[in-house]
Design a protein around this ligand. Structure first.
Ligand SMILES: C[S@@+](CC[C@H](N)C(=O)[O-])C[C@H]1O[C@@H](n2cnc3c(N)ncnc32)[C@H](O)[C@@H]1O
Length: 478
């Protein structure tokens, strides 16, 4: 049985629902789409700027400043429309082109709303406030079609709106009617958002419900809005989360292979190829978008710690540093910046970002596309393997080491930077390495043994940051 707290704790730890809901939310772009300061889309709901998948972003008055202010106003309006709010909504409607004419009726006719073009979303705002506005400014100034729509909305099929329009015209709305209208508006808002995103409206509402429970979005009178907490998932939040969780980024896509963790545990093999038909690196080679996302993630993960890695080693001892599997070349660039006499050379399967990164060191740095399972540039004073060995099982990691040793002059050094098992390396990362690549974190002793079997002697271990250590090896004297 176990006590309830423990059972609950295990239940929570083992839940897949919340992580997947967050990842799907990011993949759909919901935190960005629903955030308050997202241009015209103040909050999705009758005030948000919808985008029609077929026609692209809404244009014209519906997304202009007038629509914006209507969006911002709409929440307040749903509760108690101040005169200015009504005026702004009215102005929106007055400016709305004939094409948006159907919007009021659409907003109160749920199924049809999913097919509404984007521009319509803006005018839908006015479903409540407009009602009030309809008597005066809006109707007076609105194109004929808008007026006709209001008539339709007041017709027998749209009873809710009809009641509201009548009530609004008569000045007071009952609490119940307002609540019902809010529910109808919310539902219409979700319908529009679903249409924009090309997803099922009912399912989207369920997802938004759970995201509300998690505090990622919140209900407003006009729809849903990303909370401050949820904004941490936005693409420009600057914390790497979006790039880590999105299903179409390297990391987010690779994490989906965790469905086959059992395969990895049974066989010791990565699950990634089982799911995607080829290994992670081959996949990245074929999909530049994934490669870009991976390189961005590599840059983000260490950018704050780089000065500590630069300070941890006396790099000035080396004439040329060969950064093997150096990726975007962030470490090498920082080392070269701090050591003007040193030259650098990145070798990787993809060297576009490294070339850009190193361009400022004209003549002192280069990047060569190539595999570390093939012969490497010879003559380096130091060879660096930064977060490379943990991507591979012992056999493959040994092959990389063999290529490095083959290229090293007798007095050269190998600098390995890795998270170290038993010195703070995360057990979660162990499983990530296994499932994505078939690799794992290793202890100092394991790395020492592996290196020794390829003719290397461990000279020093320096703890630096994030459980990462710098291990310096030299070639065994023959
Ligand atoms: C975890 S990343 C580390 C990148 C870089 N060292 C850093 O710390 O930012 C591993 C790197 O190994 C590279 N890589 C994978 N297989 C390779 C191969 N066969 N030859 C050369 N590089 C390879 C990847 O392209 C990637 O840039």
């Amino acid at each position: 049985m176990g006590n309830d707290t423990d059972v609950q704790a295990l239940r929570q730890m083992s839940g897949l629902v919340t992580p997947m809901a967050l990842r799907v939310a990011v993949t759909l772009g919901l935190p960005d789409r629903l955030r308050a300061d997202c241009g015209q889309a103040a909050a999705f709901g009758p005030g948000g700027a919808a985008t029609d998948p077929a026609t692209g972003p809404a244009t014209g008055p519906a997304t202009g400043p007038a629509a914006d202010s209507a969006g911002a106003d709409s929440a307040a309006q749903a509760a108690a429309p101040p005169a200015s709010a009504v005026a702004s909504a009215a102005a929106t409607q007055a400016a709305a082109p004939a094409a948006t004419a159907d919007s009021v009726s659409q907003a109160v006719a749920p199924p049809a709303a999913t097919a509404v073009p984007a521009a319509v979303a803006q005018t839908a705002v006015t479903a409540d406030a407009t009602a009030a506005a309809s008597d005066s400014v809006a109707q007076a100034a609105a194109p004929a079609a808008t007026a006709a729509t209001i008539t339709t909305a007041a017709g027998p099929t749209a009873t809710q709106a009809a009641a509201t329009i009548t009530t609004a015209a008569g000045a007071t709305a009952t609490q119940g009617a307002a609540t019902d209208l809010a529910a109808a508006e919310l539902s219409a808002a979700v319908d529009l958002l679903a249409a924009e995103l090309g997803v099922d409206p009912t399912a989207l509402e369920l997802l938004l419900g759970h995201l509300t429970t998690l505090g990622v979005v919140e209900r407003t009178a006009a729809g849903y809005r990303t909370t401050e907490f949820g904004a941490l998932l936005c693409e420009d939040a600057g914390n790497g989360l979006h790039n880590l969780l999105h299903h179409d980024t390297a990391a987010g896509r690779a994490d989906l292979a965790f469905v086959d963790l059992a395969h990895s545990v049974r066989t010791g093999e990565p699950a990634y190829p089982l799911r995607y038909g080829q290994d992670f690196w081959a996949d990245l080679s074929e999909r530049p978008r994934l490669r870009d996302a991976f390189d961005r993630q590599m840059t983000w993960r260490i950018q704050e710690r780089i000065p500590r890695f630069v300070a941890a080693v006396d790099w000035s001892r080396f004439g040329t540093i060969v950064d093997v599997g150096g990726g975007p070349g962030d470490l090498l660039a920082a080392v070269l910046a701090a050591n003007p006499e040193v030259r650098g050379h990145v070798v990787d399967l993809e060297v576009g970002p490294a070339r850009q990164n190193l361009a400022r060191f004209e003549g002192r740095a280069k990047a060569t596309e190539g595999s570390f399972f093939e012969p490497l540039p010879t003559g380096g004073g130091a060879y660096v393997l930064f977060d490379v060995l943990h991507d591979w099982d012992d056999e493959q990691a040994g092959r990389v080491l063999a290529r490095v040793v083959e290229a090293m002059p007798a007095d050269s050094r190998l600098i390995v930077v890795e998270s170290i098992r038993g010195m703070g390396a995360s057990t979660e990362m162990d499983l990530v390495m296994l499932v994505h690549f078939g690799g794992r974190e290793r202890s100092v002793e394991e790395l020492e043994r592996l290196a020794e079997s390829h003719g290397l002697v461990l000279d020093s271990v320096t703890e630096v940051a994030d459980a990462r250590c710098v291990l310096e090896f030299r070639k065994h004297p023959i």
